[in-house]
Design a protein around this ligand. Structure first.
Ligand SMILES: Cc1cc2nc3c(=O)[nH]c(=O)nc-3n(C[C@H](O)[C@H](O)[C@H](O)COP(=O)(O)OP(=O)(O)OC[C@H]3O[C@@H](n4cnc5c(N)ncnc54)[C@H](O)[C@@H]3O)c2cc1C
Length: 375
């Protein structure tokens, strides 16, 4: 191969965008393509915010990955003189009889050197009197974590990519024939892009583009997100007075405090029904809203009457084991696949992008955890 290799990255979400930027920084010639743009409303990286946390339960690779991502987010914030991570802390509420996830996280956080405090119920009640801690016996608080700006940071990555000499095109890659030896990508305007390697970071669309290799290994599930209006002048539920929180009660509910313009965000992490990311109508399920309201009335009693001011429907790109997919196409050496964020991929974007770029540029093989042959 003469000169710089030309690499095409398809998908400018959290995984594809950061991969393109890291490849460019490693001296590749990179073309980034996205059909609707970085963090668009159909993409899994769309919307306002995502949680940045290191608490991940026992025996997993993600606390270490989150530690690396935390460093990279801070590094790029400094470089671009912008803030994406709002460090209001993340609080995990644990029940004594059902706390294997939190218990198992403690050692992993320590090893990854992510700062955290273990708090008693009394300490939590004192610090956040606006939360009803009934049933909660202890908690983990991660002060260096918080929430990330989602679509805004995806757009910033693409802006930086273009500024650094990358080529970005808003175009759709034709899904036909991607599983055969790939000489060139055909775009929606019938033009072609020739590349030495292609990286597909197509989120919930990955299985549609690679029906034989990925197919249902990446399932798009419907996820409803709710924003409630806090009372005028009451800052108790805003950043920094309320942290990002996660509660494993009977369902896994999580939320992000009100930011300066949006409401108090809350969602149920339970995987919803299958969803079509292209044509699915993004309307929330009234039954989920009812459950969310009941939960809020219990855990955040002062928000019992809070009006619903906004909703979003997003989709997880769920793999059977919730681990990411980072691999070469089994038959096309020069095609790489990255996806399967499974409801927790966003925060890792900079670290996944770095890992992808290293693998591709150094022609290495990914670890077994990420490979497709694990299924
Ligand atoms: C409701 C919800 C809450 C979440 N909460 C968190 C959280 O708190 N913390 C966290 O870390 N993660 C969270 N996640 C998960 C995280 O957002 C995703 O795992 C991550 O954003 C996936 O990024 P991606 O780049 O793989 O996919 P996407 O963002 O979907 O990007 C794929 C891109 O590919 C493009 N594309 C698709 N097909 C083509 C084609 N043929 N040609 C050209 N372009 C194409 C699309 O337009 C899209 O922009 C959440 C997800 C949801 C839905």
């Amino acid at each position: 191969m003469k000169g710089k290799p030309h690499i095409a990255v398809i998908g400018a979400g959290a995984f594809g965008g950061w991969t393109a930027l890291h490849l460019l920084e490693r001296n590749a010639r990179v073309t980034l393509l996205d059909v609707w743009g970085p963090g668009n409303s159909r993409a899994s990286s769309g919307g306002e915010t995502r949680i940045m946390r290191g608490t991940y339960g026992p025996d997993q690779p993600y606390s270490e990955m989150a530690a690396r991502a935390l460093k990279l987010w801070a590094q790029y914030e400094r470089k671009w003189k912008r803030q994406f991570l709002h460090r209001c802390g993340v609080l995990w509420m644990a029940e004594g009889r059902n706390d294997a996830f939190e218990r198992g996280s403690v050692e992993m956080l320590r090893t990854a050197k992510i700062p955290f405090d273990e708090l008693s119920a009394g300490q939590m009640r004192k610090r956040w009197p606006q939360i009803n801690f009934e049933g909660v016996e202890w908690g983990i608080f991660e002060p260096a974590c918080g929430y990330l700006d989602a679509r805004v940071s995806c757009a910033a990555v693409v802006d930086a990519f273009i500024k650094a000499g990358g080529r970005y095109r808003q175009a759709s890659v034709n899904p036909e024939c991607l599983e055969q030896p790939l000489r060139a990508l055909t775009l929606s305007d019938h033009s072609q892009v020739k590349a030495d390697r292609c990286v597909f970071g197509c989120g919930p669309w990955l299985g549609r583009l690679f029906p034989k290799t990925v197919g249902n290994l990446v399932r798009a599930t419907k996820q409803d997100v709710f924003f409630f209006g806090t009372p005028a002048g009451d800052m108790r539920f805003h950043d920094p007075n309320t942290p990002v929180w996660a509660d494993h009660r009977d369902h896994f509910y999580y939320g992000i405090p009100g930011t300066d313009r949006r409401g108090f965000k809350i969602a149920d992490d339970t995987r919803g029904p299958d969803f079509d990311p292209t044509n699915g109508e993004r309307v929330i399920d009234p039954a989920t809203l009812k459950n969310v309201r009941e939960y809020i009335a219990f855990r955040f009693p002062a928000l019992r009457e809070a009006p619903l001011i906004e909703t979003r429907v997003c989709q997880y790109e769920q793999t059977p084991d919730s681990h990411f997919i980072i691999d070469r196409h089994p038959e096309n050496e020069n095609v790489w696949l990255v996806g399967g964020g499974s409801g927790h991929g966003f925060k890792h974007g900079p670290a996944v992008g770095e890992m992808m770029a290293e693998l591709i540029v150094k022609d290495r093989e990914p670890a077994a955890t990420w490979r497709l042959d694990r299924f």
